[in-house]
Design a protein around this ligand. Structure first.
Ligand code: ATP
Length: 372
């Protein structure tokens, strides 16, 4: 069986030019996805970007307008939902209220007349750490426990792909954080392909090996959480995955290994693999925690770009860091997050400062984009 053949190129999920329109509205636009087997993959994007529609097409709950879906080398585009080796866990766990936890988890096995029910259910309850709750009814469990039952009930069918549609959306923040770690542990243990849909960037980055950022029906960029955060290719990705300063500049040396950009009269350098523009105007991006702040004339000891002439306009001390707004000579306020090491000076509103960052932390984005 393909499950025993090891990871081959045809394994996992491939989506090709998948589209879904409702009348003239294009909810999903010619989407391509490659999810290798065993990957924890997150589809991340704002409400209405087409994540759920994509997931529902993979599950077979929604017919694509065009395109194809391949799973473990088989074209399943026209396969009925119940015949696909795919299970979905939703936000509303949809457990059977009259059945106990054991029978909820056993349900899929009994329906398919699979043997060894007791052994399999016991193993699964152990995996989700609910062995002691087997004889309780769903209503007697907490939200997080109910979500684990829903997970166990889906996993016991040994699907090729498990789809998770905002499964933690109904939980409070603290429980959500612990469930994120728990689901990641379970995925590592079972080694199945998980595709997780969420609009919460921290959730996607905590759980997934690969994150695909979706916007208006297309995937803007995919990669590891660190790749997306450190080297975003669009202003949308830069802003969706955390805060970033975006500063207008004009490229002076587009073809060089290290691109020089004129930023309001100061030359700043950006490595070519982080420069996502063909030249002309661009947005220089720098994350607030990558910016150093020092007294004017301090000559910050970073082999970077020093930008003088800043004035502190806001200081927020939040324990682990101090967050500043600094007005630059060209009128823009930049955000600076300075880690509080105990040795760092805390600046005050009105202080004259200079900023600096290492060239390898900056990125350069195409100018012809919205700055959200
Ligand atoms: P959310 O996180 O809010 O669920 P999403 O990214 O999952 O957002 P989808 O549910 O996939 O978004 O919806 C994408 C777009 O398609 C939305 O603008 C939605 O209004 C539209 N849409 C979804 N289903 C239908 C439908 N049956 N008829 C018309 N429009 C639809």
């Amino acid at each position: 069986s393909p499950a025993e053949a090891g990871a081959e190129p045809g394994d996992g999920l491939q989506v090709r030019a998948l589209s879904k329109s409702y009348g003239d509205f294009h909810a999903v636009r010619s989407l391509d996805l490659d999810v290798p087997r065993g990957r924890f993959y997150a589809l991340l994007g704002p409400s209405g970007c087409g994540k759920t529609t994509t997931l529902r097409m993979v599950a077979g709950l929604e017919a694509p307008t065009s395109g194809s879906i391949l799973l473990a080398g088989q074209d399943i585009t026209r396969t009925k939902a119940y015949r696909r080796p795919v299970n979905t866990v939703f936000q509303n766990y949809a457990l059977f209220p009259h059945l106990d936890i054991y029978e909820n988890v056993a349900f899929g096995l009994r329906r398919r007349k699979v043997g060894d029910v007791k052994k399999k259910v016991d193993e699964m309850l152990e995996l989700v750490e609910l062995g002691a709750q087997a004889r309780k009814k769903p209503a007697q469990l907490s939200g997080g426990q109910q979500q684990r039952v829903a997970l166990a009930r889906a996993l016991i069918n040994e699907p090729e792909v498990l789809l998770l549609d905002e499964p933690l959306g109904a939980l409070d923040l603290k429980l959500r954080r612990s469930m994120q770690i728990e689901i990641k542990r379970i995925q590592t243990e079972v080694g199945l392909t998980f595709i997780h849909v969420t609009h919460d960037q921290e959730e996607a980055m905590t759980m997934a090996d690969t994150v695909a950022v979706m916007n208006s029906g297309v995937i803007e960029q995919q990669g590891s959480p660190a790749e997306l955060y450190e080297n975003p290719r669009s202003t949308f990705v830069a802003n969706f995955l955390g805060q970033s300063n975006l500063i207008e500049g004009t490229v002076k040396t587009p073809a060089a290994d290290v691109v020089t950009v004129d930023m309001h009269g100061i030359d700043v350098s950006i490595p070519a693999d982080r420069a996502h523009t063909d030249g002309g105007k661009g947005w220089i991006g720098i994350r607030p925690e990558k910016v150093l702040i020092g007294d004017a004339g301090a000559e910050l000891d970073a082999p970077g770009n020093t930008i003088p002439g800043g004035v502190v306009t806001d200081v927020s001390f939040i324990g682990v860091s101090t967050q500043y707004l600094v007005r630059m000579p060209w009128g823009q306020e930049l955000q600076v997050f300075a880690q509080n090491t105990g040795r760092t000076k805390i600046h005050s509103v009105g202080d004259q400062v200079e900023l600096s960052w290492r060239p390898e932390y900056a990125f350069l984005l195409d100018h012809a984009q919205d700055v959200h």
